[in-house]
Ligand binder design. Structure first.
Ligand code: GUN
Length: 281
């Protein structure tokens, strides 16, 4: 039976480390702060935003909350971001996605000062990751690297398959694994012979958004399986992209949903906020 990778526990370790760093900074007269912007009231986004603010509070990061109505224009949002870019007392800026359809997400992301881009979504941050320079890294893939390292799972030289090619997870995940000297394959919805490709993975990372799609036929015996999916099954229960009951018996380690990758995303956001201070000084 596989080891269950406890993301809640590892996220808590990281938050406790950050709490100490925040206290040290406070003693030196530095308060770290994050501006969180939500446009509209998508219920899932509201839950994520609430958890991000709770995380800030736990660690000792000041959060400034901007809850804007659905009808907010793109120009109004951009002008708020420009104002926050210029404020010395704001270290990080996070605009919760998705945005209402009349607002162009890429334009919004590109307006955030890369020095305050704690989500790591700005093209400059993505470019820096690509060429191995310093910059913010997207929180979910950064969290997965921490999950692996803190669980004692070696990455170097391993066959890693990332299933999914989104800008937020799949692509930065592949780049991070490459940085850790893995051999990396990105697979996606048009990949031929998918089971053959995923079946080669020593470490399989699944971010496709399809409930329980990955069954044991996709997984090599003894592989490590990381499930990024957050879905609802037929009975409205939270589930991942991996069929946990089916896959757990064949792998060496696996993340559960909930309690696997999810908590790590917030821990890494808080970590990026802490790092933003040194980028700005
Ligand atoms: N929506 C879903 N995930 C994320 C995230 O990591 N950051 C932001 N800003 N929005 C999201």
């Amino acid at each position: 039976m596989a080891a269950i990778i406890d993301g809640k526990e590892i996220a808590m370790q990281i938050k406790d480390e950050l709490k100490q760093t925040a206290a040290k900074k406070k003693a030196e007269g530095v308060e770290v702060s994050l501006a969180v912007i939500q446009v509209g009231n998508d219920p899932a986004s509201s839950v994520y935003v609430r958890n991000k603010k709770k995380g800030c509070e736990y660690v000792g990061i000041r959060s400034l909350s901007y809850e804007l109505p659905e009808e907010t224009t793109q120009e109004e949002l951009l002008s708020l971001i420009r104002e926050l870019n210029g404020r010395k007392d704001v270290n990080g800026i996070l605009v919760q996605l998705p945005l209402p359809s009349h607002i162009h997400e890429d334009t919004v992301i590109q307006t955030i000062d890369p020095k305050k881009d704690v989500d790591g979504f700005h093209p400059q941050s993505v470019g820096a990751l690509c060429i191995g320079e310093k910059g913010f890294v997207s929180c979910t893939p950064a969290g997965i690297i921490q999950l692996l390292k803190r669980s004692g799972i070696e990455i170097e030289g391993k066959e890693c398959v990332v299933l999914g090619r989104s800008n937020i997870v799949g692509k930065p995940m592949a780049l991070l694994l490459l940085r850790e000297n893995a051999t990396v394959t990105i697979a996606h919805s048009r990949t031929k012979n998918l089971k053959e490709v995923t079946g080669r993975a020593d470490i399989l990372i699944v971010a496709v958004g399809k409930p329980k799609m990955i069954t044991k036929e996709y997984v090599k015996e003894g592989a490590v399986v990381i499930d990024v999916g957050i879905n609802r099954d037929e009975s409205n229960k939270l589930c991942g992209d991996v069929d946990f009951e089916d896959v757990a018996p064949v792998c060496s380690a696996i993340t559960p949903v909930p309690g696997g990758v999810g908590p790590m995303t917030i821990a890494m956001l808080l970590n990026n906020c802490m790092e933003s201070v040194s980028l700005q000084s």
